[in-house]
Design a protein around this ligand. Structure first.
Ligand code: HEM
Length: 114
């Protein structure tokens, strides 16, 4: 198995991840109303900025979550599905970085919950 190396890899990862998110009993409802033709490339841009040094992501990612009613258990499930998707398709240094970074961002988001 190979590592995450290109923008296309990030797009594949996020597309497969959203396949799981959308049908998930616990957190699927957060994603079912989104316009995925715009949303998925945005999320792929975010990860491509972190993992493959692709410039371009400039939104306020934390702000995008502020209006959602998120709970710690939702983050646990999100992380579980994200890590599951990564290990199904990729393996290596960047894959590990994606896992570590997602935990850090989720922790930061959780610590802002009231
Ligand atoms: C319980 C966990 C999470 C849920 C339910 C969730 C849900 C969502 C939703 C509904 C949006 C769309 C917001 C909008 O456009 O109005 C969004 C955007 C996004 N999320 Fe999450 N999210 C979660 C955790 C995370 C984590 C841990 C990360 C990163 C490690 C992340 C990365 C992103 C990115 C990059 C966007 C795009 C923001 C933008 O530029 O528009 N999310 N998320």
């Amino acid at each position: 198995m190979r590592d995450i190396e290109t923008y296309e890899d990030c797009l594949l990862l996020i597309t497969k991840f959203y396949d799981k998110l959308l049908v998930d009993d616990q957190i699927g409802h957060f994603f079912q109303q989104l316009d995925l033709t715009h949303h998925i490339p945005k999320v792929a841009d975010f990860w491509a900025f972190i993992l493959v040094d692709k410039p371009g992501y400039s939104n306020n990612m934390m702000g995008a979550h502020a209006k959602l009613d998120l709970h710690e258990s939702d983050f646990k499930r999100w992380l579980q599905l994200f890590h599951e998707t990564i290990t199904e398709y990729f393996q290596g240094e960047k894959s590990n970085l994606a896992i570590e970074r997602s935990k850090l961002v989720a922790w930061t988001m959780t610590s802002k919950l009231s």
